[in-house]
Design a protein around this ligand. Structure first.
Ligand SMILES: NC(=O)c1ccc[n+]([C@@H]2O[C@H](COP(=O)([O-])OP(=O)(O)OC[C@H]3O[C@@H](n4cnc5c(N)ncnc54)[C@H](OP(=O)(O)O)[C@@H]3O)[C@@H](O)[C@H]2O)c1
Length: 324
């Protein structure tokens, strides 16, 4: 798999990232078992075998169990650590009691506690990337800046990034932080196309229907902030998942993806991901599957280059309305 210096910053990460949200036995309080560790081990092995060297976590995934099983695999095979870039996120907190609701928290205290928990669960001394998971309306940019500065100095985190943030929110934080934010992870896929709709609707009434923050892609590109796409496989709706209950545009697009895959002798997953990667922003898809075969089915995405016509055919089909 191609190694791409992370948006001209020289960090040699793979073009695809393995999303680890599905590891650890799910969103419940059941303890992790040897089966969960085996599942994680097989997913990691499958990813590494196709050249994926970057792994995406968050402190909350499966209530910490995703990191925990990943850490168990690293404990069994410590030589794996040096072969990977590990990314995690913090800043989302679940409801604790009636007076302590679900919330976002970029306070120094929470970020520090969170990173210590991440390192402990993974059983590592440092992670490569820490992303601020979702904007906290109460964030104090100076406090965030100091916290990030200290985490960098302590060696616990090598680089920083954000997730689900608009250009304005990143710009505000960056104005206070001496460390650059090098990643913004956003929901983007052939099903979730707001990131394109915002652009093509400029100066049209339909623009008001879009929630994707205008100018964010452009800002990230200008500032060398790597855009990562979560939900990049669109939950499998174009690559084999039953779509009987889905919209006509999803059904039609799934059929087109299948036809293109047959024509190019590749997998539907490769078509879905190469469609994202065709965009000149150099999007890095985060694939959320933990199924080893499905991980391998993504490999060919880096070898496929869709034509302009193929790319627009899929886009127009997914939006369900003609352009212009
Ligand atoms: N920053 C954020 O706010 C945020 C939010 C959500 C997720 N993420 C990250 O992004 C990663 C990817 O996101 P995602 O998991 O939501 O989306 P995704 O990659 O689009 O979808 C993966 C899910 O779809 C299933 N799937 C894929 N192809 C399938 C098929 N043909 N048939 C049936 N099921 C199929 C997978 O199941 P199998 O495992 O069985 O293949 C998995 O549950 C996550 O792992 C996480 O690391 C970030």
């Amino acid at each position: 798999m191609k190694i791409v210096p992370l948006n001209r910053r020289g960090i040699p990460v793979s073009r695809l990232v393995l999303g680890c949200m599905g590891l650890g036995g799910g969103w419940n309080q059941n303890p992790i078992t040897s089966e969960h560790v085996k599942q994680a081990s097989e997913a990691i092995e499958s990813a590494l075998s196709i050249g994926i060297n970057m792994f995406d976590h968050a402190d909350i995934y499966a209530f910490g169990k995703a990191e925990k099983v990943f850490g168990e695999v690293l404990k069994e095979q410590p030589n794996l650590r040096e072969k990977m870039f590990i990314q995690s996120k913090c800043g989302i907190r679940f409801k604790e009691s009636s007076g302590v609701p679900g919330r976002y928290d970029f306070s120094e205290e929470h970020i520090r506690r969170s990173i210590d928990g991440i390192l402990e669960r993974l059983g590592v001394d440092y992670i490569d990337f820490l992303l601020l998971h979702r904007p906290d309306p109460l964030m104090d940019p100076e406090e965030v800046a100091e916290t990030i500065h200290d985490l960098k100095a302590s060696g616990k985190v090598r680089w920083f990034g954000v997730s689900n943030m608009s250009a304005g929110q990143i710009r505000l934080l960056q104005a206070y932080c001496d460390e650059p934010f090098v990643i913004n992870q956003l929901e983007m896929s052939l099903a979730k196309i707001g990131w394109l709709e915002t652009g093509v609707h400029v100066n049209q009434n339909a623009a008001t229907e879009n929630i994707f923050p205008e100018g964010t892609l452009e800002y990230c590109r200008l500032e060398n902030i790597q855009i990562q796409a979560w939900g990049s496989l669109a939950q499998g709706v174009f690559s084999g998942k039953l779509v009987d209950d889905q919209s006509d545009s999803i059904k039609a697009t799934a059929k087109l993806v299948q036809e293109m895959a047959e024509q190019k002798q590749t997998t539907p997953e490769a078509i879905v991901l190469s469609w994202l990667m065709k965009h000149p922003a150099g999007i890095q898809p985060v694939i959320g599957t933990v199924n080893p075969d499905r991980i391998r089915a993504c490999e060919d995405a880096v070898n496929i280059t869709l034509t302009r016509n193929e790319w627009y055919t899929l886009y127009v089909s997914s939006r369900g309305r003609a352009l212009p």
